[in-house]
Design a protein around this ligand. Structure first.
Ligand code: NAP
Length: 449
């Protein structure tokens, strides 16, 4: 990581002191403050009234007990979190993650990133994030339902379509959102469709929301390639993960003529020389809810499962990390660069470690940071809120067109901001500064609150 501007170093020092041990949160704040040095030099007023210090401190942090009963009749206890980080632009908005690794620091890093991501979309949404250390793997449908109901029993006090609007994230898809919405409706006696996004189509969901993060990522990548007169057509692509973001990134890459050679889960990766078979992948992951190794068992000859291997060892032109934070290290970046990678686009949140990002920049690899490139999911959530508010339901084509338009807008804004700050092609800087500027302007207008 490079040095922080001397005016901002005390801000970082205070974040580190006040949030001891929260490594991922430190990493996310460091990256943003690193970019803001140039902004403060140009607009010293942004440093007034402790504005940057306030952005780094969540407006509210909620931690709660989630007791529930498993299939064996045993009482289980998990911990629930909701960090309502910044509401200068609109109600808090950000997903809910169910994964055993969840802790306050992880939710804070995700909530912090969400502020700038949501600002970049141009939509009226603030930043927040939530989750639990609940592990859904191996749990029955009944257990998932009881857990979601217990989680929402507490969380519902803090939500509302004008207050805080969660969505899905790792471990939380359409099924979990349905159970949480059902419990919210039961407890509040309100059919408040705009309180959650990622809902099923029959009860207020938006078409193209399921696809939006992966599709949006690939639209962003296509825009970046276009600035160099290139395109995805004919490119070899590797996509980590095999969940919601990965599956629809694979789908869109194929639509643009690229060939996806590999995808992964937390146990290993699948290499399929014939190109990943999307129908089979969806069958294994979305319908059967099985492990990725089953893809190979069902596919046969062309596919191989490399248990414990790193997907970044597979030579490719475009790499799309779509699994989780810090999954792509400096060592992986070195391998990708050696193998000739041209572009890395983050579908996950903060999947590349800081040394990996530095290596991409130093070696002329185009790099799309998650807070810009994966913003299509939350942008389409905002379109879902818009449809709910107007009691309307748009076609897939209309929604996807809006998504594509929003991704183009984010791309152009990041690129133009990087140019303005004399760092052409640096989308990290462009995204951080453009996102920050919108939030900062709103916070200045609203006074010290
Ligand atoms: P998901 O459907 O639950 O899929 C997650 C995928 O990542 C699974 O294949 C999972 O494998 C893998 N994974 C999770 N933890 C891992 C770990 N520690 N090491 C290796 N692989 C791991 O989640 P998702 O919605 O696709 O989210 C993926 C990423 O995108 C996350 O960073 C999320 O914050 C980000 N994101 C999601 C959205 C959205 O709309 N869903 C929007 C913006 C950003 P296993 O099954 O083995 O755990």
């Amino acid at each position: 990581m490079s040095k922080i501007d001397e005016k901002l170093q005390p801000v970082l020092d205070e974040v580190l002191r006040r949030n001891a041990g929260e490594a991922e949160f430190h990493q996310a704040v460091h990256e943003v403050l690193e970019s803001l040095g140039r902004v403060v030099a140009k607009h010293p007023d942004y440093a007034n009234h402790a504005l940057i210090e306030r952005i780094c401190e969540p407006e509210r942090q909620i931690i709660f007990r989630v007791p529930w009963v498993d299939d064996a009749g045993q009482v289980q206890i998990n911990r629930g979190f909701r960090v309502q980080f910044n509401s200068a632009l609109g109600p808090y908005k950000g997903g809910i993650r169910f994964h055993p690794s969840v802790n306050l620091g992880i939710i804070k890093f995700l909530g912090f990133e969400q502020i700038f991501k949501n600002a970049l979309t141009g939509m009226p949404i603030g930043g927040g994030k939530g989750g639990s250390d609940f592990n859904p793997r191996g749990r029955s449908d009944g257990e998932i339902m009881r857990f979601c109901q217990a989680f929402m029993t507490e969380l519902q006090r803090h939500l509302g379509e004008y207050t805080d609007v969660p969505a899905g994230d790792i471990g939380v898809g359409g099924r979990e959102i349905g159970y949480m919405f059902g419990q919210y409706k039961r407890l509040t006696n309100r059919y408040e469709a705009g309180v959650l996004t990622g809902k099923g189509l029959v009860y207020g969901g938006s078409r193209a929301r399921t696809e939006a993060t992966g599709f949006g990522l690939v639209y962003f990548v296509q825009q970046m390639l276009a600035t160099k007169g290139a395109a995805l057509d004919g490119k070899r692509v590797v996509v980590s993960g095999s969940g919601n973001v990965a599956i629809y990134a694979i789908d869109k890459v194929r639509q643009f003529g690229g060939k996806v050679l590999a995808c992964s889960d937390s146990n290993g990766y699948v290499l399929d020389e014939a190109g990943i078979d999307l129908d089979l992948l969806r069958e294994v992951k979305e319908i059967r809810r099985e492990r990725l190794s089953d893809y190979v068992r069902m596919k046969g000859a062309t596919a191989h499962y490399i248990e414990g291997g790193s997907i970044w060892d597979v030579p490719c032109d475009v790499a799309l990390p779509c699994a989780t934070q810090n999954e792509l290290t400096g060592k992986d970046a070195t391998t990708l660069i050696k193998n000739g990678v041209q572009l890395v686009g983050e579908g996950a949140n903060m999947p590349s470690t800081p040394d990996a990002v530095d290596l991409f920049h130093q070696n002329g690899v185009m790099f799309a940071p998650g807070k810009a490139a994966n913003a299509g999911g939350v942008a389409t959530s905002a379109l879902e809120m818009q449809q709910n508010a107007s009691r309307d339901s748009w076609t897939f084509e209309k929604t996807e067109d809006r998504l594509a338009q929003i991704m183009r807008g984010i791309h152009d804004n990041c690129a133009a901001t990087a140019d303005e700050y004399s760092a052409p092609g640096n989308y990290v800087l462009g995204a951080n500064i453009a996102g920050f500027a919108r939030v900062a302007e709103a916070m200045q207008s609203l006074g010290v609150i």
